[in-house]
Design a protein around this ligand. Structure first.
Ligand code: ADP
Length: 604
């Protein structure tokens, strides 16, 4: 997409989010630039009247127009600015909502893909650190409007002056001075092109250094990494890197400001001075010759001097648009990501008997960027009400099976069938309602305890409390003064509580119970619990899960014994499937090996 189309697309997108914003921005630019020209014009008129001394009343009238005009302009500008600020806040909020909505609506495999994570990181970093992206597009557009308006006003006055001079009659001096003025304007184009080339290259290089510095810097204060950073003295290593980055940063800034001074500020001032001088000479000469009155000299000199700096700024702006387009391109690419997962429409039966049967048929799956399949040729069936344990060494594909069952990914081969239909055919939202899952890397949010359990802003307090007590969080809940309204963590509330890993795991379990879905899936549900809490959960496991279907991943084989069937995975393949007793009979089997290894460990 070319840069113009890209910027136009961003303009249309932002306009759709806050339709009033750009019209108000335009109006405010017109109003804020008007006083300068109005005052020059009125001053010129007053001086002309003073010189001609024709009518005192007219002079006073002009003074009144000047005062009232300035008052009216600043009052209207203030009102427009007020509405513009509102529209701007709307734009920022709605943009944030649109960006978040896009992230939340992406297929899960897209969120995990390194290419898309990289894209998001670049967009966010460049926006926060270097201020490139859609916000810079708005800043540039505001400046562009100001520039174009100024150039238009100045050109209009320049044309008026030239017409008056031409009417009066040209001579060699006038032609020479006019040629000088046009040459100075052409010179301003060269000055700006040279300035943007030299300065923007430097700015880009410094921008990259700042991004790198930020990446390291953000690792140092990270709350979650605090312990490891201290124990392993990693902060020294990170500190050195950051110092180095900061030094390069300061050096980079110096280089940018020197380049701006040499290539932009000094040539710009010189060009503006040259144009001013030539305009003064021309206007004064023509005034003395009688082409226009004295007051007009003020007007023309004031306007035309501005022309050079506005032309220079306009050309610099176009280069800035070009640089910013590289970042808008990332942004457009992000919004263009299409979901590829098949979205079914079949309604999930709301069965009161919760009678569901799930079958994996020759399912294989390879992660998008992986060389080898994570699971191969998986075939098994289980019915509602059954308790299924999945066991196997780390990396054998247990979590992958769960992700496939929840349709976070679709199988590369084979199919997963629920009640005679491929799970892809079901309406995805309804299908997800069937599962309560506690993933190994579950996350709690910095909201209230009740909101975390109820997974929503409003929740049923009785049900949330019952779920928490059900997983053994009752005593801790009684200690909390604000009960379910206690905020977790201190991100949004200084009275928030810091919870231990075990407590967090109980809350995550309670969230799964609260959802009351027909399938409960627990991936290492007790890893962070102490032995007593773990034993308590297991003793209550049946009452916690009730008549639901439970799929349960654990390294504690003693707890898997309680399940109806056990599926043993090894290197992504099913090597055994049966009850605990059946599996133990095979003395050469993987399950026997795992069981024995743990039994020895516990005996010891
Ligand atoms: P388990 O739960 O049995 O420990 P997983 O299902 O998490 O095993 O992982 C199975 C295999 O898939 C492992 O080799 C792991 O490295 C790989 N894997 C897991 N997640 C991803 C991912 N997002 N991208 C690429 N490979 C992955």
């Amino acid at each position: 997409m070319n840069n113009f189309k890209l910027n136009l697309r961003v303009f249309k997108f932002l306009s759709s989010l806050s339709p009033a914003f750009f019209p108000l921005l335009f109006l405010r630019q017109v109003l804020s630039n008007l006083p300068f020209f109005f005052n020059l014009w009125i001053s010129a008129e007053i001086v002309n009247e003073l010189v001609s001394a024709e009518s005192e009343r007219k002079i006073w009238a002009l003074v009144c127009v000047a005062l009232l005009g300035n008052f009216a302009l600043s009052a209207i500008t203030a009102v427009v600015r007020h509405y513009e600020n509102k529209a701007s806040t709307n734009l920022t909020d709605r943009h944030f909502a649109a960006f978040t909505k896009k992230i939340l609506s992406l297929d899960y495999d897209k969120i995990e893909s390194s290419e898309i994570r990289d894209l998001r990181r670049k967009i966010e970093e460049n926006s926060y650190i270097n201020a490139y992206g859609w916000e810079y597009f708005v800043v540039l557009t505001e400046r562009l409007l100001g520039n174009v308006l100024n150039i238009a006003y100045s050109m209009f006055l320049f044309a008026e002056m030239m017409i008056l001079i031409a009417r009066f009659g040209l001579n060699l001096w006038v032609i020479l001075l006019c040629t000088g003025i046009i040459s100075a304007l052409i010179l301003s184009v060269f000055v700006s092109r040279n300035a943007t080339k030299k300065v923007s290259e430097k700015r880009k290089a410094v921008g990259e250094i700042m991004l790198d510095a930020n990446r390291y810097d953000s690792g140092i204060p990270a709350y979650s990494a605090g312990k490891d950073l201290r124990i392993y003295k990693l902060r020294n290593v990170l500190g050195n890197i950051t110092n180095h980055m900061l030094k390069s940063n300061i050096k980079g800034f110096k280089e940018v400001s020197t380049a701006t001074l040499i290539h932009e500020r000094i040539p710009k001032s010189a060009t503006v001075l040259l144009l001013d001088a030539l305009t003064y000479l021309l206007a004064c000469y023509c005034c003395i010759m009688g082409a226009f009155p004295l007051g007009s000299v003020i007007k023309y000199v004031g306007y035309i001097g501005r022309l050079a700096s506005n032309i220079i700024d306009l050309i610099i702006l176009f280069t800035e648009y070009k640089i910013n387009s590289q970042y808008l391109e990332l942004y457009a690419r992000f919004f263009d990501i299409k979901n590829e997962m098949y979205q079914g429409s079949l309604s999930v039966e709301k069965r009161s008997d919760r009678n569901f049967e799930i079958e994996f048929k020759n399912v294989s799956f390879t992660y998008p960027e992986a060389a080898h399949p994570a699971v191969k040729n998986i075939s098994f069936k289980f019915r509602v009400g059954e308790k299924l344990a999945i066991v196997g060494m780390n990396g054998s594909g247990k979590t992958t099976l769960i992700k496939l069952l929840c349709r976070l990914y679709d199988p590369t081969d084979g199919e997963i069938i629920m009640n005679d239909f491929n799970i892809r055919k079901y309406d995805y939202r309804q299908y997800l309602d069937l599962f309560s899952v506690v993933f190994q890397d579950y996350k709690l949010l910095s909201f209230s305890l009740g909101q975390n359990v109820g997974a929503g802003e409003s929740f049923d307090s009785g049900k949330a409390e019952a779920a928490l007590r059900g997983v053994g969080f009752g005593d801790r809940l009684d200690e909390l003064e604000k009960g379910l309204d206690t905020m977790l963590y201190k991100d949004f509330d200084s009275d928030g509580v810091e919870i231990s890993g075990g407590e967090a795991q109980k809350i995550a379990l309670a969230r799964a119970l609260y959802k009351d879905a027909p399938f409960v899936i627990l991936d290492e549900p007790t890893a962070a619990l102490d032995p007593l809490a773990e034993a308590e959960i297991y003793s209550r496991f049946d009452s916690i899960v009730g008549g639901k279907t439970a799929i349960y991943i654990s390294h504690r084989l003693s707890s898997c014994r309680l399940c109806d069937r056990i599926l043993v995975l090894d290197k992504g393949e099913i090597v055994q499937y049966g009850s605990h007793e059946e599996l133990l009979e095979d003395k050469t089997g993987k399950y026997f090996e795992l069981w024995n290894a743990q039994a020895q460990y516990y005996n010891a």
